[in-house]
Design a binder for this molecule. Structure first.
Ligand code: SAM
Length: 268
């Protein structure tokens, strides 16, 4: 039924769109492994980008209620048809990044699951965090390189503001990695499934945008020393928490970033 945009053989076939990150999973076994990571079978699920519904189907089979957000209008009828006898299936059509989530859904205890579109996976995760206030866990499949950046430690080349952002919010576990052959069409890169458990202690509150902007500024030119990335004397504060004058952003741990930010704020 599904073909790539370059496959012109059958014009009635559904053409998968690269611009929407439509690399659909082919393997039921892989999808089952993802779904099995949600151990609480009574928890409601939000799925971003159900596509043809391969994961949705297995979530429903496990007994989850599913709230699915899909951008591609061409998928509306096939999804409605496929799940017409499933009272636990709820479809929200439109660009999730522009969708206002119903208030009562935003407050429920949920699992968020997605084989994320490659092009805007990080933006989707950031919005998920703003939209859903009682997330119990997230299971995401995403580009291996992006997963590595999210989990990276200080001193590592891949450690950056995304690592600080993600590790502020979650305990992150890498579960498994698969190659391109499991998707239609095959992407050029490997994909990793990660499980995220929200941290209970968030010292700067739920969504400290100012803190994340402060960290991004510190990484602006990562080769440069921290002191060269701010337009004020950051080292006055950095020295208070024991950071060397020559320190670079990539050497600073999440805990140190938090303390540094608190020092700067304390001073107004
Ligand atoms: N869940 C399916 C699977 O695993 O085979 C499809 C995954 S595919 C990688 C990404 C899906 O997200 C596609 O169905 C695509 O249309 C959808 N999508 C892309 N951008 C989106 C957005 N901004 N809002 C909602 N859905 C989006």
């Amino acid at each position: 039924m599904f073909s790539t945009a370059h496959d012109e053989r059958n014009s009635s076939e559904f053409r998968l769109k690269k611009s929407l990150g439509q690399n659909f999973l082919k393997s039921q076994t892989v999808v089952q492994r993802i779904v099995d990571l949600i151990d609480d079978k009574s928890i409601e699920c939000v799925e971003i980008g159900p596509g043809s519904g391969i994961m949705t189907q297995l979530l429903l089979n496990e007994g989850h209620r599913v709230h699915a957000f899909e951008i591609d209008r061409r998928l509306e009828e096939p999804l409605k048809e496929r799940f017409k006898d499933e009272p636990d299936f709820h479809l929200y059509m439109g660009d999730y990044l522009k969708t206002t989530v119903p208030v009562e859904l935003s407050q429920r205890a949920l699992a968020v699951v997605s084989n994320l579109p490659y092009n805007n996976g990080t933006a989707i995760i950031k919005k998920v965090l703003r939209d859903f206030l009682a997330i119990r866990l997230c299971v995401f499949m995403l580009q291996k390189e992006v997963a590595l950046r999210m989990m990276s430690d200080p001193g590592n080349k891949t450690y950056g503001s995304l690592s600080v952002f993600m590790q502020y919010h979650f305990n992150i576990e890498s579960i498994f990695t698969i190659g391109p052959k499991h998707f239609n069409p095959s992407p050029k890169v490997d994909s990793t499934v990660i499980r995220l458990i929200p941290k209970k202690e968030k010292p700067l509150g739920e969504n400290p945008e100012e803190f994340f902007e402060f960290v991004r500024q510190g990484f602006k030119m990562r080769r440069k020393k921290l002191r060269n990335n701010y337009d004020f004397d950051i080292m006055t504060y950095a020295s208070k928490i024991g950071l060397e004058n020559t320190v670079r952003a990539e050497e600073i741990s999440l805990e140190q970033w938090i303390r540094l930010f608190q020092e700067v704020k304390r001073d107004g």
